[in-house]
Design a binder for this molecule. Structure first.
Ligand code: KE4
Length: 429
């Protein structure tokens, strides 16, 4: 029996499966929807990762979005080691939190007050709590295929790993919690209007990914976000933009700057922690002043505002630039165009959604504009493509319903190599 190319990762997965639930600490990492055993990562630098068997890959997962400057940038490591030498956590205020909040608010002026937490999930669930307190209403509207973390209110027709594993509505979520979560279709303002009409006066918030990344990448139609703003204004509903992915990914001001729509509350994560555990929510001062200890809405966290995460987030935001966005957009256009050409030449139906530094190739012949059209993608074909690309040194998200992430560390040579591998992989899948 020839030794597997991934023998050590397979051994490590066998060991992890004896102690970790499902062998991983987040479901999408288990490779369930693409087949094969998950590869275990040993180290990474720039756009390259190396697995437990010594294979090197060009990485398009990039830790699912935080690493806009690539893995382990020298400047970030320098700042982090200095911060760590001063202590890793105090459970007390530090100036770092103020400085990062000030930078976030400068880049996203809608965030007049900010609260840091330790994950996007925590940030999203806290934002909903504030909206419910502010409006004294219980219901929320979310969109099919959008993902806002794994708190109960959001695990109804959720995207990301929930969609990947085919459990968009999770067991364990009480019926009462799910009942307060109303569903609408992304890019369909009429579906929103219908839900608002039916539940008028009882809806606290509309929560949306302004650029959806968790059914694969799906962009807002012209007028969609503006339509949500108007619907919220008409009915006293809080508009929450979940910018955990889109924040700072396509512009320094996020989707709210790009599309010129001001949410009442914003949810952030990923890039503002530079790869360390972080989340943040914030918005109108009057609303955020409801949050303890300023107001009665309770939310807390042992590691909220952790100095290492704040240091990494500050370094990441301080190093954003128009040159970086331009560089990533140029590479993205080459990558997206090359994938489309390669698939066409191989007779493989492919729809490439691309924006800023995000991309998803959908294995379908239908344009993908929402959850229903995303579901037409051939996930088995994506799985075969994933395996072929992995064998050629390209590490892609192990799910058709995720986005590929570019960074400032990706080079034109990385894109050329990726497209060469894709041309060969398309012929095999
Ligand atoms: P975290 O709790 O995973 O930090 O953030 C939850 C979250 C909230 N909002 C959006 C728009 C998100 O994309 C996420 C998390 N993103 C997924 C990837 N699509 C995380 C990957 C994983 O679950 O392992």
């Amino acid at each position: 029996m020839p030794r597997s190319r991934y023998a050590r990762s397979e051994r490590l997965f066998a060991a992890s499966s004896r102690i970790l639930a499902g062998g991983v600490n987040s479901p999408v990492r288990a490779f369930k929807s693409v087949g094969g055993s998950p590869i275990f990562i040993e180290r990474a630098r720039g756009a390259q990762i190396e697995d437990a068997d010594g294979h090197k890959y060009i990485d398009f997962v990039m830790s699912w979005g935080p690493l806009i400057h690539g893995h382990a940038p020298k400047g970030l490591l320098r700042e982090l080691s200095r911060a760590a030498a001063r202590g890793t956590s105090f459970g007390a205020p530090t100036e770092l939190e103020t400085r990062l909040a000030q930078r976030v608010a400068m880049l996203m002026p809608s965030m007049e007050r900010v609260r840091f937490v330790s994950s996007g999930t925590e940030a999203a669930m806290s934002a909903v709590r504030v909206a419910r307190a502010a409006t004294k209403r219980d219901r929320i509207i979310k969109f099919e295929g959008c993902y806002h973390g794994h708190a109960d209110p959001f695990l109804v027709q959720a995207g990301s790993g929930a969609m990947t594993l085919g459990v968009p509505t999770s067991p364990g979520v009480p019926a009462a919690a799910a009942a307060d979560t109303l569903l609408a279709r992304y890019n369909d303002l009429e579906s929103v209007a219908q839900v608002v009409r039916r539940h008028r006066g009882t809806i606290a918030a509309i929560v949306v990914e302004p650029i959806a990344g968790n059914m694969g990448l799906v962009l807002p139609n012209d007028g969609f976000l503006q339509g949500l703003r108007s619907a919220c204004d008409r009915d006293g509903i809080v508009l929450i933009f979940d910018e955990v992915i889109s924040g700072f990914r396509a512009s320094t001001g996020g989707a709210q700057e790009l599309f010129g729509v001001r949410p009442d509350l914003t949810v952030l994560g990923k890039i503002i922690g530079g790869g360390l555990p972080v989340g943040a929510y914030g918005g109108r001062r009057a609303m955020m002043d409801l949050v303890a200890p300023a107001g009665p809405v309770y939310q807390a966290g042992t590691l909220s505002g952790n100095p290492l995460a704040m240091t990494a987030g500050l370094w990441s935001l301080q190093n954003l630039s128009q040159r970086l966005y331009k560089q990533m957009a140029t590479l993205l256009a080459q990558l997206g165009g090359g994938l489309a050409d390669g698939a066409r030449d191989a007779g493989v139906p492919l729809q490439v959604n691309a924006f800023g530094s995000l991309l998803t190739p959908f294995f379908t012949d239908r344009p993908v504009r929402d959850y229903e059209s995303a579901l037409t993608a051939d996930t088995a074909r994506y799985g075969a493509f994933h395996r072929e690309m992995l064998a050629r040194g390209i590490y892609l998200p192990p799910s058709q319903f995720e986005a590929w992430f570019l960074s400032g560390a990706h080079t034109p040579r990385d894109v050329e190599r990726t497209l060469r591998a894709a041309r060969a992989a398309f012929k095999q899948c």
